[in-house]
Design a protein around this ligand. Sequence first.
Ligand code: SF4
Length: 313
Amino acid sequence: MYKQYSSYLKEKYGEKVYKLPISLKETNCPNRDGNLGYGGCTYCGDEGVGFENLSSNLSVKEQLLKNKEYISKKYKANKFIAYFQSYSNTYIPLDLFKKYVNDAVLDDIVDISISTRPDCIDKSYLDILKEIKENHNIDITIELGLQTANYKTLNKINRGHSLCEYIQAVNMIKSYNFNVCTHVILNLPWDNIEDTIETAKIISVLNTNFVKLHALYIEKNTILAKQYLNNEFTMLPLEDYIEKAITFLEYLAPNIAIQRIIGRAPEDVSLFSNWGISWWKIKDMIEEKMAKEDRFQGKLYNYGCNKAIKKFD
Ligand code: SF4
């Protein structure tokens, strides 16, 4: 009923592939350090949305080897993705970036995945990755946080960029033939179902390869937590998240692989996380409803710039 990332990886690499997260101590975010703004996105906690990583005091290689040892033993894994996860990993000086991504080139790494913001993309960084791709036959994926196509909501959550930077970044990345993974938060309280649909459509027509869907959680001591405690907004019920996730998938191009249909949330430091239910139960609920109502990814993928002239085919 939807294209799962794990199946995509298995088909492409012939076996299961596992992500090895990496944190860099030099990375920050231009939306937190004063370059573009202070305080960051209203929901952003101290770890820059990378709460499950090893310490950034370990080198890139140490982090990879440590995580690899654990995952290899647990899952008998042979192939891995080096995943630069926390903060904005292209928001560091070019020479450091070059060193770190080259440090991640190990025999069993099949893809280097770099998480960043749509306003931290530039050809000089992409050229370094192109060299790695060509010299080592390693795939490159850039993960971009969009969250929503509704630029008014982007303002409200203080993203520090609008839709335009996302469109420009995807076009630039795709010109290098790299993969793009887009992160979306489906239950932003200021978005309605039309925003959900438009987000799915824009991601699809830009030929994004992968999508990660998240539910908004409210981490303590964030701007969002303050607004929540002041009753400035209310969280949507779980049924709305489920309906939005299904509608999003119906409008999404069928070839886009879904890396995640809902994220895990750090319960101990949150005021609100996943409606107090485990993420996999919510995943089951989404899949059960899709099966029951005969809904599937791409069911409503019938739009695009040639929609009106299809009748002449
Ligand atoms: S872009 Fe990421 S790291 Fe930067 S403020 Fe927003 S959530 Fe935090």
